[in-house]
Design a protein around this ligand. Structure first.
Ligand SMILES: [Fe+2]
Ligand SMILES: [Fe+2]
Length: 318
């Protein structure tokens, strides 16, 4: 069942299903016994859950598995639902793949088909230096390419699922290509290249579990964030290939400025037309995804309160 529907049920209601364990800590109860304090999530809702008197072998199970088959009993604390866990199991592999899709923890398109789209975009780049750079990063560096294809696009905010980084990158790059068809002033190769590389630093920024789901930030992710990590990677790739200084500095500027302003994490505002367009296309992809996620939490005709968007989102009845 959708966790968002828990509230429609009375105390004592039994819940069974495969859910994401998005937080887990072992704490000590007033009686001195250990209990598991967790947050169980699906696409629609995060619900706190307690596993009282948790056996030692179950601790490892929670720590090593981002997805578990959970049996629990519904309770209420200050009118908010919470769960008491009765039992957990590791789901079967075929159930894991299916659950990742149904819980919105996997990109909607297959990773393979999205990687083909990425290579098609690179094949369409005419400027030899840029094409060589993109091939170097996304095709020839097989270790990085394999990570990039599966990586989530965020810890929480948008595209926070397996393949989310690639899905977001494709949205930005394909919208860039479409927009170039309406504006002849844009340097298409530059904009598309900047779109493809703008978030590559997220591979080092976001920490993932064994399934590939985001669990937080890595140490360097916390300390340096994806903009500077991406800049570092592009600088190294440009030096390796011998990309000229002008392209090198403009690409780095596009990465540095893509969040638009200092309050949003960019130390400089876009000063090149392609960088400004990249910022808008990046924001467009993020906002559309955030709206979709809010809509998923409610039924048509209902409002969802969005902390991220700082407003209510209405799911229209069509
Ligand atoms: Fe970004
Ligand atoms: Fe982005």
């Amino acid at each position: 069942m959708k966790l968002g529907d828990l509230i429609k049920n009375p105390k004592g209601f039994k819940v069974t299903g495969i859910y994401r364990v998005s937080r887990f800590e072992v704490k000590t109860a007033k009686n001195g016994k250990a209990y598991g304090d967790c947050l169980i999530s699906d696409q629609s809702f995060d619900v706190p859950a307690k596993y009282w008197d948790i056996p030692g072998d179950m601790v490892g199970l929670f720590q090593n598995n981002g997805l578990l088959r959970i049996e629990a009993t519904l309770d209420y604390f200050k009118e908010s639902p919470q769960l008491t866990i009765d039992g957990v199991k590791i789901p079967l592999q075929q159930d894991i793949d299916e659950s990742l899709q149904s819980l919105g923890l996997m990109a909607t398109h297959s990773l393979e088909s999205m990687y083909t789209r990425l290579r098609t975009i690179i094949a369409g780049v005419e400027q030899p230096m840029l094409k060589q750079l993109l091939m170097h990063i996304f095709v020839e560096n097989k270790t990085f390419a394999a990570k990039f294809v599966r990586h989530p696009g965020a810890v929480k905010n948008h595209h926070a699922y397996i393949g989310g980084l690639l899905q977001h990158t494709l949205e930005v790059a394909e919208n860039a290509l479409a927009y170039c068809g309406h504006n002849a002033r844009i340097n298409k190769d530059l904009l598309v290249s900047a779109a493809l590389i703008h978030d590559i630093g997220k591979v080092r920024e976001i920490d993932i579990d064994a399934l590939g789901l985001p669990v937080g930030f890595t140490k360097e992710g916390k300390l340096l964030r994806h903009i500077s990590l991406g800049m570092e990677q592009i600088e190294a790739a440009c030096r390796e290939i011998g990309v000229n200084e002008e392209i090198n500095v403009i690409l780095k500027h596009c990465i540095l400025s893509h969040h638009g302003m200092p309050e949003w994490g960019s130390p400089v505002e876009p000063m090149v037309m392609e960088a400004e367009i990249l910022h808008y296309l990046d924001n467009l992809s993020a906002k559309a995804e955030q709206f979709a996620r809010e809509e998923d939490k409610v039924e048509p005709g209902e409002f969802s309160k969005s902390y991220l968007l700082r407003r209510d989102v209405y799911r229209a009845i069509y």
